[in-house]
Design a protein around this ligand. Structure first.
Ligand code: NAP
Length: 293
């Protein structure tokens, strides 16, 4: 049972955190929900002392001093051994971005996956062609790609993971597969992020998601899409990178006549879902207003 304190204290563990939008989003949420609260940044560099610092903050949650923590790179996996339980999504994805203290238990959640789905629904990118067996091509095979793959598999998509190192893509497939229930002939496979390998399957994809950091500020002129590869005839393109607000990938996809958007909405929805887990208040509208000002 979550009891409501007179003032909430939330925070973010990660490194580096200087450019994090989370404090602004959560302040907007407190205001929108008429709640008193703070949202602090806890920059913890990776290394020998990280474990001690993380354990200290988790103790503060058990003591009721901190009421909720977000976790970002590079600690999303590292916090797991110190938690008492994980949501099904966090367990399958193998990464936690939100920690809740409930019934004397620290529980790890992953709100990136449902955050992505909420934004794809907002954009009408999800199941937009009503294909019987929709397919998504995911660029990259790191932590975010794993959350994207899980979210879209559960939403009915067959998944192809494309990575410059095919072994990394294959490893993601192999480790995710035991968490996925086989249904409706959905598949998950790996391919090299290379024009020659992608071309034969290109027009089978309904959705393309970039889960690499390629194109992120300050390297805004580069795209993860292979230079000598055309875009599919029809597909929506979603880029997890949201700085700049229109990436080189999305510009070129739009120039080819495709729909495209970047990941600011995913960021907003994952934050709103974390805030709701902690306070039971839906602050997504207040958070949106803050970022589009
Ligand atoms: P990560 O674990 O470091 O994985 C990055 C992946 O991209 C790896 O597969 C990496 O391959 C690949 N990659 C890197 N540079 C590449 C290049 N030049 N060409 C091809 N592949 C390349 O990072 P992550 O945590 O998954 O995050 C990925 C991106 O998603 C970041 O930009 C992050 O900010 C963004 N993100 C956004 C949201 C949101 O809410 N919008 C949420 C989560 C993440 P190698 O291992 O071979 O380098």
């Amino acid at each position: 049972m979550l009891t409501q304190p007179s003032k909430y204290h939330f925070g973010l563990i990660g490194y580096p955190l200087e450019h994090s939008l989370s404090p602004v989003l959560h302040q907007a949420a407190f205001k929108g929900c008429s709640l008193e609260g703070t949202y602090r940044l806890f920059p913890i560099p990776p290394g020998e002392n990280a474990e001690k610092d993380i354990i200290f903050l988790l103790h503060q949650m058990r003591d009721g001093i901190i009421h909720g923590l977000n976790v970002t790179i590079p600690h999303k996996q590292a916090v797991i051994p110190y938690l008492d339980d994980l949501s099904r999504e966090a367990r399958a994805i193998g990464a936690v971005n939100t920690i809740v203290y409930k019934n004397r238990k620290l529980i790890g959640y992953n709100t990136d996956a449902p955050g992505l789905i909420s934004d794809l629904k907002r954009l009408s990118f999800l199941h937009q062609y009503e294909t019987i067996h929709p397919r998504v091509l995911i660029l990259g095979a790191g932590g975010a790609a794993r959350a994207v793959a899980y979210a879209l598999y559960v939403s009915g998509y067959s998944i192809t993971i494309a990575a410059r190192r095919i072994t990394q893509a294959q490893k993601l497939v192999n480790t995710l597969q035991p968490h996925l229930e086989e249904q409706n002939r959905k598949q998950i496979d790996a391919i090299r992020l290379d024009a020659g390998d992608l071309l034969p399957a290109l027009d089978t994809f309904d959705l393309i998601v970039n889960a690499t950091p390629v194109g992120m500020y300050p390297n805004v002129d580069v795209s993860p899409w292979p230079a000598n590869l055309r875009f599919p005839n029809r597909a929506a393109v979603y880029d997890l990178v949201y700085n700049p607000i229109e990436t080189a990938l999305i510009s070129s996809a739009k120039a080819s006549g495709l729909k495209g958007d970047t990941g600011l909405g995913m960021l907003v929805y994952q934050a709103a879902k974390a805030f709701k887990l902690w306070t039971n208040c839906d602050a997504s509208t207040s958070m949106w207003k803050e970022v589009i000002q």
